[in-house]
Design a protein around this ligand. Structure first.
Ligand code: IPE
Ligand code: IPE
Ligand code: MG
Length: 249
């Protein structure tokens, strides 16, 4: 290690296709309102987009796809929308898990599950167990997830396990973070026009390439996804270095 120690110091071998794509799926409500439909109709349509994107990522050999489904702040929404989202999530899990398994996809949930009902938690565990040894795409769903929660939760566990130690390093913390099993995201996509991170993967996005599009989530089709990949392919990832250094290495 050189003068400073950062997990993003080494340049990941990021080829044409990002290894890890993290997505904030935003704009379902506006998609519905444009059609004079209730907001929840947008969430329902959004599930179709998820299905297509998973298929597309598996085909392109993306290793990790991480989707923000419900933030720790989304509990502030009207109660009927929250319970609709939970129900939708449960239905989708029930309906899709066999197909995921058949396609060699590993499913992992991240987030605070303590507020979920027992039935949902059991279903999540069953789905994770069923797909645990799959070696294709790893699909991570962030549900009741918050970046600050993640960092704090990891810190508390790390300190609890090392009561005599001080001066922890990034490497000490890494295994306690929710996404410890994955490389950091190469590409971050947010649909729906907002240009913010909304407490998604704060730690892990340190050197991720950001892509924002006005396209609303239910309209985010293969073509829109291709545009995001193309944008990524034009970036030069320097991780603090100069362009010249990269050319010489
Ligand atoms: C994203 O769409 C889905 C969730 C947050 C669950 P929104 O519901 O935020 O849609 P807009 O932003 O209101 O259009
Ligand atoms: C972010 O979307 C969370 C998810 C997509 C799950 P929001 O629509 O809730 O984000 P804010 O609150 O407008 O930033
Ligand atoms: Mg939104």
């Amino acid at each position: 290690m050189g003068l400073f120690s950062s997990s993003t110091q080494t340049i990941p071998i990021s080829g044409e296709i990002p290894n890890h794509i993290a997505v904030i799926m935003d704009g379902n409500g506006r998609w519905a309102r444009k059609r004079f439909l209730p907001r929840v109709a947008g969430h329902k349509r959004g599930v179709e987009t998820v299905r297509d994107l998973v298929k597309q990522c598996a085909k392109l050999n993306v290793k990790y796809l991480t989707l923000f489904a419900f933030s720790s702040e989304n509990w502030r929404r009207p109660e009927d929308e929250v319970s609709f989202l939970m129900g939708l999530f449960m239905d989708a899990l029930r309906r899709e898990v066999t197909k995921l398994h058949e396609n060699n996809i590993r499913l992992i949930l991240i987030g605070d599950q303590s507020k979920f009902n027992a039935e949902l938690v059991a279903q999540i565990q069953a789905a994770e167990q069923l797909t645990a040894n799959n070696t294709g795409l790893t699909l991570t769903i962030a549900a009741n997830y918050g970046g600050r929660w993640d960092i704090l939760n990891a810190t508390n566990q790390m300190v609890g396990n090392n009561s005599n130690k001080t001066n922890f390093t990034e490497e000490d913390l890494a295994p306690y973070l929710a996404m410890h099993y994955a490389v950091e995201p190469d590409l971050f996509i947010r649909t729906g026009g907002e240009k913010r991170v909304s407490n998604f993967l704060l730690w892990q996005l340190a050197y991720t390439e950001f892509y924002f599009t006005d396209t609303l989530w239910p309209d985010f089709d293969d073509k829109a996804f291709q545009l995001a990949i193309q944008s990524y392919q034009q970036r030069e990832r320097r991780f603090g270095r100069t362009s010249e250094q990269l050319a010489n290495s």
